[in-house]
Design a protein around this ligand. Sequence first.
Ligand code: GDP
Length: 206
Amino acid sequence: MIKKIIKKAEYISSQPTWKTLVFEKSHEYAFIGRSNVGKSSLINALCDKKKLALVSKKPGKTKMLNLFRINDAWNLMDLPGYGYAKASKTDRVGFQEMLSDYFNNRKNLVNVFVLVDPNIPPQKIDIDFINFLGENVVAFAIVYTKTDKSTLNKINQNIQAFERELLKEWEELPPSFRTSANTKDGIEKITSYIDQLNKEVELLKD
Ligand code: GDP
C-alpha cells in the first residue's frame, strides 16, 4: 500500500518579504525554478490538488513568497520563478535581494527544491541560481520536471550534461529526483524525502 503523506494542503498567504511570514517555527520546504519549468504542476501533484498552486500565479503574486500549510504541521513555500525574459534590471536586483533575505533569515527553512527542465540542454541561469544557493549555504535538492516530454535517451543526455556543469563548481552532486506531474512519476519520492527530513530535523532538535 502506498502511504499518502500529504493529507491536507491549504494556501495561507503571499508576502513580499520573509519578515511578515507566519508559521516561523514549522519546518519549511521551498520550491523554485525558471518560470514555466512546471513548478505549479509539481506542487499540485505533490499535494494531489488540481488547482492549489494557481493561487500563486495570480497577478501580483508571481513575485511573492507564497506560503502553503501541509497537514497542519509543516510549510511548503512556493518561491517566485526566476528568469523572466522581460524582467528589468531593477526587478532582478530586487528579486535577488528578497531571496537572499529569505534564505538568510528564515530559520525554519529545511530544504530548497530547485526545479530543472531536462528536456532542454543545461541553462546558465539554473547553474547560476544553484551556485547562489551555495554562496548562501542553503541545503537543496534538484527536481527534474516533465520527464514524460522527451525520450529517455534525451532526458539522460541533458541530465548528464547538467551534472557535468554542476561538478565544475561542486565536489559532489546534490540529491536529485526525476518527476513528471503528468504521469506522477517520482512525486512520491519527494514527499517521502520531505517526510524523512522532517523526522531527521526533529531528531536533531532533541
Ligand atoms: P510554472 O510556470 O513553473 O508554474 O509551470 P506550470 O506548472 O504552469 O507548467 C508550465 C507548462 O508545462 C504548462 O503548459 C504545463 O502543462 C506543462 N507541464 C508541467 N508539468 C508537466 C509535466 O510533467 N509533463 C509535461 N509534458 N508537461 C508539463
